[in-house]
Ligand binder design. Structure first.
Ligand SMILES: Nc1nc2c(ncn2[C@@H]2O[C@H](COP(=O)(O)OP(=O)(O)OP(=O)(O)O)[C@@H](O)[C@H]2O)c(=O)[nH]1
Length: 393
């Protein structure tokens, strides 16, 4: 997924590196296409209520204006703007989910004009030059460019920090879109102003944002927020294209009502989250949250011995996982849960068990018929005493 989001910008980087005079760069009417791209993504972000993109688009538009402007040559203003925009991007990275209706978003909104004012008042480039840094730091990247290596380096460092940050947390489409935008901005700091590439940089960045928005929406539509597993809509899509040799399994937590009543709904939610984390790590199957405390596993084969082995592996993985029930934050996923087991703040350790009902797909069977039979197998597992599996071949 990340590569697809970054693809427009990466392709542009390669094309620009190989042949800056590429005929493709002359293909579309500019600046009309740039404005159209910017306005389309802006409207899409507004429509999908992804307001944090507005800031990014604002910075992108400012850069575009700077990069496509031919009368801004080597001024203080032109020298400091990329640097200050980079600072703004860093602010944006540090402020999670800015909203124009909250203080963090308002601060971000007024920072570009403030930074612009500052950049005119403070001779940043002169100051930095007097710091006796090596000359290359201040040389314009290209003869015609008012922008120097310092900006490019600053952006590269920022892009590096961004990449590390993305890889430390579970990467989201939005992060990769932001990274694509960052790369496009990096490119716009090193190209000569007023060239066709400046226009294409903006279009490529807009495409990256567009793809990121599409992935964000797909995620919202298909991924269950609590367990982070794909949910029923995704399961039905999978079942509709299921091969002849396959099997599915319905599973649910045993006596979950009692568990909720004893420990509270919040702890119950943590159990489901943990279950999602455990199931997502089991190899050789795809796990879905069917709804409530029910999950569905889909297998791409119908081999009895292999299925039995996998069902037992899943059953054991859950039954042997000690859950630490505490007053404060409970484990967010299976790895943090393991750490929590050793800590002294634990009040009580409990185990939950699951029952599993599995059946092999029959010839001509519809998804609903298959699900119904798996449900019957699950019922049989419950009747057989729970914490077990029933496999119907
Ligand atoms: N915490 C939490 N509970 C849920 C969620 N969805 C469903 N439940 C609870 O799951 C329980 C399911 O109860 P039952 O269907 O009676 O089954 P059970 O108590 O698990 O008993 P058996 O399935 O027969 O072993 C209900 O109490 C629901 O409120 C959820 O998202 N979070």
């Amino acid at each position: 997924m990340p590569l697809i989001i970054l693809l427009p910008v990466l392709l542009l980087l390669v094309a620009q590196g190989l042949t800056p005079e590429l005929a493709l760069f002359q293909l579309l009417p500019f600046p009309q296409t740039s404005y159209l791209a910017l306005i389309s993504v802006l409207l899409l972000a507004l429509l999908l209520r992804q307001t944090e993109w507005l800031y990014w688009l604002g910075i992108l538009a400012t850069h575009y204006w700077l990069a496509s402007s031919t009368n801004l040559t080597a001024t203080e203003f032109a020298n400091s703007l990329p640097l200050l925009s980079a600072s703004l991007l860093l602010l944006l990275a540090l402020i999670p989910k800015p909203s124009p209706f909250k203080l963090n978003g308002l601060l971000l909104l007024i920072s570009p004009p403030l930074l612009l004012l500052l950049s005119q008042q403070l001779p940043l480039a002169t100051w930095l030059a007097s710091a006796q840094l090596p000359a290359i730091v201040f040389q314009p990247v290209l003869a015609a460019s008012p922008i120097n290596w310092l900006s490019a380096w600053w952006f590269s460092i920022l892009a590096g920090i961004w990449l590390i940050a993305i890889n430390l947390k579970p990467p989201k489409a939005a992060n990769w879109g932001e990274f694509g935008l960052l790369l496009a901005l990096l490119l716009s700091t090193v190209i000569p102003p007023g060239t066709a590439v400046a226009n294409w940089t903006l279009v490529a960045a807009c495409l990256s944002v567009f793809l990121a928005l599409a992935f964000q929406m797909l995620h919202l539509a298909y991924i269950d927020e609590l367990t982070q597993l794909p949910q029923r809509r995704a399961l039905m899509a999978h079942l509709n294209r299921l091969g002849r040799n396959s099997a599915i399994c319905m599973l649910d937590v045993d006596h979950f009502k009692k568990f909720n009543d004893t420990y509270g709904h919040d702890v119950g939610d943590q159990v489901l989250k943990l279950l999602g984390s455990i199931l997502s790590k089991v190899k050789g199957l795809t796990a879905y949250r069917y709804g409530g405390e029910e999950f569905t596993l889909v297998f791409g084969h119908n081999k009895k011995a292999l299925l039995e082995e996998k069902l037992e592996e899943v059953r054991l993985a859950v039954a042997e996982y000690p859950l630490v029930i505490r007053n404060d934050n409970r484990p967010k996923d299976s790895s943090s849960g393991k750490k929590a087991r050793g800590s002294s703040g634990a009040e009580k350790t409990v185990n939950v068990t699951i029952s599993l009902g599995c059946c092999v797909k029959q010839k001509g069977e519809t998804p609903m018929q298959l699900l119904k039979r798996a449900d019957e197998a699950l019922y049989a597992a419950k009747k057989a005493g729970r914490n077990t599996f029933v496999l119907k071949i």
